[in-house]
Design a protein around this ligand. Structure first.
Ligand SMILES: *[C@@H]1O[C@H](CO)[C@@H](O)[C@H](O)[C@H]1NC(C)=O
Ligand SMILES: *[C@@H]1O[C@H](CO)[C@@H](O)[C@H](O)[C@H]1NC(C)=O
Ligand SMILES: *[C@@H]1O[C@H](CO)[C@@H](O)[C@H](O)[C@H]1NC(C)=O
Ligand SMILES: *[C@@H]1O[C@H](CO)[C@@H](O)[C@H](O)[C@H]1NC(C)=O
Ligand SMILES: *[C@@H]1O[C@H](CO)[C@@H](O)[C@H](O)[C@H]1NC(C)=O
Ligand SMILES: *[C@@H]1O[C@H](CO)[C@@H](O)[C@H](O)[C@H]1NC(C)=O
Ligand SMILES: *[C@@H]1O[C@H](CO)[C@@H](O)[C@H](O)[C@H]1NC(C)=O
Ligand SMILES: *[C@@H]1O[C@H](CO)[C@@H](O)[C@H](O)[C@H]1NC(C)=O
Ligand SMILES: *[C@@H]1O[C@H](CO)[C@@H](O)[C@H](O)[C@H]1NC(C)=O
Length: 596
């Protein structure tokens, strides 16, 4: 029997041109182990995508057999040392989306898993084929433990037991009251081999990095322990925890501002906590940038952050001018046309019928007097001219009412300076500008970058309040924070960006998909919008309940009445000038008369 087997193997190795020593009887194409591995991988892996096959160089016996009957396309990745660049190269090209590994040594397995964990960001589907006969469940347990500690949970172990039976096993990390249960669970054909394992945490913790940032995240500590978080994003986190039946474990709670970075292995802030795997998830959600994308695992877009510039409200101007030009005037060119046509017709009448009109009927003067509402004695013998004047009086009657109404209206409404047209226009009119850190990136290499003041998140509130109170500062901020203050501040039309905000998760976190699914379902159901539109964010900035009171019309202020006195004074000045001119004119006339 043995000779037959060896013969078979010899024939087999000449047929296949692989360089492995293929004298492992249990690892041929016809062996149960390989048949099962091929069956499982071809069932669960998509043949249109490339499957990554990994083994330790020169030490695997089964790869050969597998490759001969696996129907999909593969990329081969034998590895020699931890520093082997081949595995890292695969990450750049094909990735590890569907990976099969042939193991025969636990220590080697530990090394390769560490390496894979280091390079991938998204959880993968992983099939592990144990080449050696497995004699106890403990062996499986050890392999599973290594896999789980390196963040892979979608695992199927294909192993041949000492009974000759080939078994499929996996594990459920949160089960039987344990948060890290590595006991192998055997599977049967027909069962889902890649079931969801993180849809119920059984009260195991999700490690959370908090960045205290009103109104998104507020922290409520009891006896020095944070048991729940509030704020918009905090509420969402609590919903996620409830849905997944998980508990909250806060790994860090910064209250001082910035998200942090992870550059060249140097971690700072909350992002750093994710990149160094101290935490699983970070709240609040924030804008996705390239830097963040490369070191974290962002969730579905959770809501859209509309970032715009916000400045103080428009200031009042030109008060003293109001009496002449009420800004809401209803005067049109038609009014002028009526006046001119009246003048022309009146003059024509006087010219044509001088015997019926007196020389003292000065049309210009008298019609003006009528406009002012003064009484004028105007009766001529010309029926036509009289009628014209009556019509003029009729016109002036409406005109005056119109003007008075406009004037009162103008006195009651403030005249505002023109709004900021663009950020370029605005920066020339303010004392300073700035905003959250992430916005600077949008203004890289523009003149705006230089004086941009980076404001830590926890100081935004202070700045918004100061702008509300009239400080001449321009702030780049999430519009959700100032929406309800819109009547009291200026929000520039043009957006800086409308980017999706995401929750950030630890790269490679196996539960990321389930958390993301919850977030996605919350977005779809509109829960997020509901929470975000909770109309009390102005309370955060101003403790005012009477925010709407200014919509009620207010009386005319005395300072506004002043404008009428300015008008009076101006008229006096005009009169004085006319008087002087008349006196001069008269003197000239007298002199002329004397000379003659
Ligand atoms: C495999 O080896 C056989 C003979 O040993 C040879 O004819 C064949 O071309 C080889 N195939 C490949 C793919 O190298
Ligand atoms: C191959 O399988 C047989 C039983 O089917 C077992 O006795 C033998 O030890 C196995 N050989 C190896 C190298 O695992
Ligand atoms: C795998 O094995 C099962 C049970 O033997 C069989 O029903 C199924 O068709 C096989 N799948 C493939 C892809 O060979
Ligand atoms: C693998 O085996 C080949 C020859 O069979 C040898 O040249 C090579 O150095 C070996 N590689 C390792 C890493 O042992
Ligand atoms: C990888 O290479 C670095 C230096 O390049 C070395 O310090 C380290 O020990 C190597 N690691 C392994 C596992 O060989
Ligand atoms: C692995 O590939 C992914 C996707 O291409 C990439 O985002 C990640 O940065 C790569 N990891 C390393 C360590 O290069
Ligand atoms: C949540 O976890 C607790 C603790 O393990 C468990 O008793 C409870 O049944 C779980 N709830 C659900 C809905 O599964
Ligand atoms: C914020 O952190 C500082 C120290 O970093 C601490 O003194 C202060 O009490 C904290 N504030 C809150 C609200 O936790
Ligand atoms: C990160 O490393 C690269 C290459 O080693 C270097 O060019 C770059 O300046 C470094 N960046 C920082 C922020 O240190």
């Amino acid at each position: 029997m043995k000779n037959v087997l060896i013969l078979f193997t010899l024939v087999h190795s000449t047929l296949s041109n692989f360089t492995f020593n293929d004298d492992f009887p249990n690892c041929t194409v016809t062996s149960n182990l390989i048949k099962t591995a091929v069956n499982i991988s071809s069932t669960y892996y998509n043949r249109h995508f490339t499957t990554t096959v990994i083994w330790k160089q020169n030490s695997s016996n089964c790869v050969n057999g597998f490759l001969m009957s696996y129907p999909g396309s593969v990329v081969l990745s034998p590895w020699a040392t931890y520093n082997d660049s081949r595995v890292r190269d695969i990450n750049e090209t094909v990735g590890f989306k569907q990976t099969i590994y042939f193991a025969n040594d636990l220590n080697e397995y530990e090394i390769i898993m560490k390496l894979i964990n280091e390079v991938i960001r998204f959880p993968i589907r992983f099939i592990l084929v144990l080449e050696n006969i497995v004699t106890s469940n403990q062996e499986l347990y050890d392999y599973i433990e290594v896999t789980s500690k390196n963040d892979q949970a979608d695992l199927i172990v294909v192993s041949e037991m000492d009974t000759g039976e080939v078994k499929l096993s996996t594990f459920f990390p949160y089960s039987e009251g344990l948060c890290g249960n590595y006991t192998p669970v055997f599977m049967k054909y027909g069962q889902d081999m890649f079931p969801k394992k993180f849809s119920n945490f059984y009260q195991c913790p999700i490690r959370t990095a908090l960045l205290e940032y009103f109104p998104y995240v507020t922290v409520q500590a009891e006896d020095g322990r944070i048991r729940s978080v509030g704020g918009y994003d905090g509420k969402i986190l609590m919903i996620i925890l409830t849905k997944l039946n998980a508990s909250l474990e806060v790994t860090s709670a910064y209250n001082n501002s910035i998200f942090g970075t992870y550059v060249n292995g140097t971690a700072t802030g909350s992002i750093g906590d994710l990149a160094t795997e101290k935490a699983d998830i970070l709240i609040p959600a924030d804008i996705l940038t390239e830097k963040r994308y490369t070191v974290t695992l962002p969730s579905h877009t959770y809501h859209t952050v509309d970032i715009r510039w916000v400045g103080r409200r428009q200031r009042e101007v030109y008060d003293w001018l109001k009496f002449i030009v009420p800004d809401q005037t209803n005067f049109t060119y038609l009014h002028g046309l009526v006046y001119i046509s009246f003048l022309i017709s009146a003059s024509l009448v006087i010219k044509c019928k001088p015997h019926l009109t007196r020389a003292t009927n000065r049309i210009l003067y008298q019609s003006f007097i009528i406009i002012l509402g003064q009484s004028v004695k105007f009766v001529t013998k010309s029926f036509l001219l009289n009628t014209l004047f009556v019509l003029w009086i009729w016109f002036c009657f409406f005109f005056r009412i119109d003007y008075q109404a406009d004037l009162v209206n103008a006195l009651q409404t403030p005249d505002l300076e023109p709004p900021f047209e663009s950020i370029e226009d605005a920066v020339t009119k303010v004392d300073g500008y700035g905003g959250v850190e992430v916005v600077v990136e949008y203004y890289k290499d523009t003149p705006l970058e230089h004086n941009y003041k980076v404001i830590p998140m926890n100081e935004l509130r202070k700045y918004i309040r100061r702008i509300f109170e009239g400080e001449n500062f321009l702030l780049a901020t999430d519009i959700a924070l100032v929406n309800l203050l819109a009547p009291y501040v200026q929000i520039l039309e043009k957006r800086i960006s409308a980017t999706g905000a995401s929750f950030y998760m630890r790269p490679g976190w196996p539960a990321a998909k389930d958390v993301d699914d919850v977030i996605f379902s919350l977005v779809e159901a509109g829960v997020i919008d509901k929470i975000l539109s909770d109309g009390n964010n102005h309370k955060w900035i101003l403790d005012r309940t009477d925010i709407h009171d200014e919509m009620i019309p207010i009386g005319i202020a005395f300072s506004k009445i002043n404008t009428l006195f300015y008008g009076l004074i101006l008229m006096w000045v005009v009169c004085a000038i006319i008087l002087i001119i008349e006196i001069k004119h008269y003197e000239k006339k007298m002199k002329k008369a004397q000379r003659e």
